[in-house]
Structures are given as C-alpha cells and as structure tokens.
Ligand binder design. Sequence first.
Ligand SMILES: Nc1nc2c(c(=O)[nH]1)N[C@@H](CN(C=O)c1ccc(C(=O)N[C@@H](CCC(=O)O)C(=O)O)cc1)CN2
Length: 299
Amino acid sequence: MTAAIIDGRAFAARIRERVAGHVARLKDEHAITPGLAVILVGEDPASEVYVGHKREATVAAGMESFEHRLSADTSEEALFALIDRLNADPKVHGILCQFPVPEHLDERRTVARIDPAKDVDGLSVENAGLLATGGDALVPCTPLGCLMLLRDALGDLSGQEAVVVGRSNLFGKPMAQLLLREDCTVTVAHSRTKDLAAVCRRADILVAAVGRAGMVRGDWVKPGATVIDVGITREAHPGRPGKTRLVGDVAFEEAAEVAGAITPVPGGVGPMTIACLLANTLAACCRAHGLPVPEGLTA
Ligand SMILES: Nc1nc2c(c(=O)[nH]1)N[C@@H](CN(C=O)c1ccc(C(=O)N[C@@H](CCC(=O)O)C(=O)O)cc1)CN2
C-alpha cells in the first residue's frame, strides 16, 4: 500500500472537542445551551444506531438533545405538527428528521417543513440555494465533513481536478458546490456517464458516493490522487461465516496501491457526518442569538 490513510475518526474527535469548547463558552459567557432535536419515524435498525450516536455525541458536546421517536405509521399531519412545535421552540436550534422515512412520508416535503434556520442537515431549498450562490448556508453534514478532510489533507484545493461520482441532493450536488467554491474544476459523474473509469482517472480528487460496494476499481484512480469514499454498505464477511462487515464504494486495497491518500470504510467519512452535525447545530445556535459563528467549523 502506498496511500496515506485519512483518519476520519480522529479528525471527527478533534472537531467534536472544538465544538464542546465553544459550547462551554456559550454557556459561561451567554447562558445559552445549543439544542438539537432529532426525529426518528419507524424502526429502521441502522437509523436507530445513527440516532443513538447522534444523541451521545450531542450530550458529550454539552448540548441539549431532544429525541422524538414516532411509530412507523405516523401521519404526515402528526409529523408536521411536531416539526411546527420544534420550529417555535427557542430551546431547539437544530432539527433533523432521520432518513430514510417510511414510504408514505415524503423526505422533500418533510425537509421543507423545517425552519431553514434550524435545518442542520442543510437540505432545504433555501440552504441549497445559499450554498449555490455563495451565501451563509447550513451545509449538508457529510459533504461538509469531506471538505474538512480534504482541506486538512491537501491545504489549498484551488485548481484541482475534482470528480464527484453521484448526484444526490443529500451528497453529490452539495459536494460539487463546495468543491466549486474552493476553485476546483468539478465534474459530477453518475450512472449514465460514458466511460466512467476514464472520467475518474482524470481526478486529482475523486469522491465516490454511488452506493455500490467496491465499484470504483484501482485502475480508475489517477496515481497520487486523493480518494474520498462516501459509500457504506454492510455485506456478508467473506472470511467469517455469519458475520458482516462494512465496505465502501471504492475497492480499497486496489485503490490504496495507486492513490496518494484515501479514506477507509469504516473510520473515514462516516464519523465526520455526526461531528459536522454538531458544528451545524452550534452555527445555527450562534446565528439565532446574533453571535459570530466560530471559524473553521463551517464551509
Ligand atoms: N437526516 C439524515 N439522515 C441520514 C444522514 C444524514 O446526514 N441526515 N446520513 C446517513 C446516516 N448517518 C447519519 O445520519 C450516518 C452514517 C454513518 C455514520 C458513521 O459514523 N459510520 C461509521 C460506521 C458506523 C457503523 O458501524 O455502522 C463509519 O463509516 O466509520 C454516521 C452517521 C443516512 N441518513
């Protein structure tokens, strides 16, 4: 292996510590405690785990955690009534609804109901528009985490050729916007892209978010490139019957022979998602109280 491993777990721990420091100062100097409300509809096992991690991280940072677990058959009316209450609650600075939601609910309509100033997932039309037009947006947590890792690994990103594979609203589109803001030359590739391997081989920065385990092969990677793997798929462990393991969208062993630096799965991008959620909650709280947003924790 030649690539440096980008340790997202350690980097996320440092972000969480910095957030905790700012939260302690907000309490001491202004008697303000940032509050995050998380809504979970249904019993998706992975979502249960992520929501549990969000609660632990929120409390560990000194913030207030408000958790709302709703049954899988909750109506849109009942969900929206809860969101309206949280929008109006001055103790709540950030609100998110954990995805996926049950099929009868609509993610886009749910996000649209959340006050954009409290939309710490950064998914509202208002925040997406602010990001695209250079405003002070709340930025989706996973792309923000990737940007922080890239800045830490590479410093100035200006002029880099970046390829983002995947065009979702949750990740691909905001990631592309963030890289454009850093003066990268950005290509967004997807399932209909012709000769995807050749497009990826152009990338100094290759960000894979396709949701297909091991799809990006070693010979898709330009020698020395920085590879960010956003995929998380749980699959049967090849060597341990009955056990599972997490894998990314990148064939890690192959890519690590060619890349200059690469994120592992697990322990790469994933932990940054929750660290950036805390950073966004802190930013939303500061803005709500007319206080400056601490530097280095936003895009
Ligand atoms: N409303 C939202 N829903 C979802 C989001 C989101 O950002 N907002 N993202 C994902 C799930 N997610 C956070 O919600 C998330 C995913 C992965 C991790 C993480 O730390 N992964 C670890 C592995 C953890 C494990 O063992 O399973 C890693 O990659 O190292 C944190 C948060 C979908 N829904």
